[in-house]
Design a protein around this ligand. Structure first.
Ligand SMILES: *Cc1c(COP(=O)(O)O)cnc(C)c1O
Length: 390
């Protein structure tokens, strides 16, 4: 099918909830991909932080297809090996105790909310169920996660929202502690607010809220959906904040391109859910989990050190480019501030064979963690050339 045919079919039958770029992609290898006309692009988006190992990693494909040829799905009424194996690796790398598999980031956050509410109910009874989220956060598109998303432009039309969610100002200790009243069961935050414009939280802020929560037995939840799986240079981003959360949600990079989400339970919460409390048909699917095991085995200390190095390299190169006023973020999750229109830069990049993302007014970069030096140099030279013409 030609690009025009693909586009026409899409326009006719797909609900228009996305603003698509005028490109139809066909195939790819690591951080390089090709559209239906054979034009090459360097990918600095990884499908929004999903393709941690880039396009079509050989070992990942092998893990997925080996399992696919054995058994594709069998419901959570029976044991299969890959989901336990993936959960073990995540727990070992994070210091968390138990894992529940969901299918997306939003679902993982639904899971942490339910877990927090039940933990508090069992211990304190009714009336202690409020969740504090941060302004400028993003936690998903389902009703509860949308309700916990602290950005007004997501809040049109869909009233009434889920009640019992209160917003606090990110990086403002006084304001946040003032919201942590007796009715609060949990606080949720992203260590780097991704959709909010790649805004990292201050370590002192996170530490202060964490300590306060510990004293009051308020659960500390970290949304690692975008920041997790090595993206920031450590397995989870909270590991750079010297905290151990009570609940963690993860998704995106965990499946390397197949749909998956995860709720992680800490020491306090590891027994809070019982059979019947929560579930999902597809969660823990053996094919997805087999691919996840391959990713998790690859994310060792050397791999993570390499992520840090590549992140620094990208940051330093970009800081020398025209119109750049700053680079925020951690590891390979970066937001570039510009004194020109980011949307225009993104469109120009695409035309010149480079895919990048936006986040509010910034250009956001989430390259596959396996991007090679050569691919990076190509990408950065396209970006530099685009900025020079602005
Ligand atoms: C993407 C994202 C989500 C939602 O994940 P979906 O898989 O799209 O439901 C939640 N939280 C954060 C921080 C995200 O970046």
């Amino acid at each position: 099918m030609s690009f025009e045919e693909i586009k026409q079919q899409d326009e006719a039958y797909i609900m228009h909830t996305y603003g698509r770029y005028p490109v139809a992609l066909d195939h790819g290898k690591n951080a390089t991909c090709y559209d239906v006309d054979g034009k090459e692009y360097i990918d600095m988006t990884s499908g929004i932080g999903v393709n941690a190992l880039g396009f079509c990693d050989k070992a990942w494909i092998s893990a997925v297809t080996t399992q696919l040829n054995k058994l594709q799905h069998i419901s959570n009424l029976y044991y299969t090996a890959p989901c336990g194996e993936a959960a073990k690796l995540v727990c070992e790398k994070s210091g968390m105790k138990k894992m529940f598999f969901a299918n997306s980031g939003a679902e993982a956050n639904e899971g942490v909310f339910k877990a927090a509410k039940k933990y508090s109910f069992l211990k304190y009874g009714k009336g202690r169920s409020t969740i504090v989220a941060l302004e400028n956060s993003f936690h998903g598109r389902t009703l509860a996660t949308l309700s916990a998303t602290g950005q007004d432009h997501y809040h049109n039309y869909f009233f009434p929202f889920v009640e019992g969610i209160v917003f606090a100002k990110a990086n403002n200790v006084e304001d946040t502690l003032s919201k942590l009243t007796n009715d609060v069961c949990a606080v949720i935050m992203e260590m780097v607010q991704g959709e909010g414009g790649v805004v990292p939280l201050d370590k002192e802020y996170v530490q202060a809220v964490y300590q306060f929560c510990k004293e009051k037995d308020i659960l500390f939840i970290v949304d690692e959906v975008q920041t997790g799986m090595g993206r920031t240079g450590t397995f989870f981003s909270y590991q750079q904040f010297d905290i151990q959360p009570d609940l963690v949600s993860c998704a995106k990079g965990l499946g390397g391109g197949l749909p998956i989400g995860g709720v992680l339970f800490g020491e306090k919460t590891e027994a809070c859910l019982s059979p019947g409390d929560h579930g999902t048909t597809f969660g823990g699917n053996p094919v997805v989990c087999a691919g996840s095991v391959e990713i998790l085995n690859r994310l060792n200390d050397d791999f993570l050190a390499e992520v840090q190095k590549k992140g620094e390299f990208i940051r330093n190169q970009i800081l020398t480019m025209p119109h750049v006023t700053g680079v925020a973020g951690m590891g390979m999750m970066l937001g570039v501030s510009l004194d020109v229109d980011a949307k225009e830069v993104i469109n120009q990049c695409l035309e010149n064979g480079l895919m990048v993302l936006s986040a509010k007014t910034k250009v956001r970069l989430l390259p596959p963690l396996t991007i090679t030096r050569k691919e990076l140099e190509k990408a950065l030279s396209i970006l530099a050339n685009v900025l020079k013409t602005m």
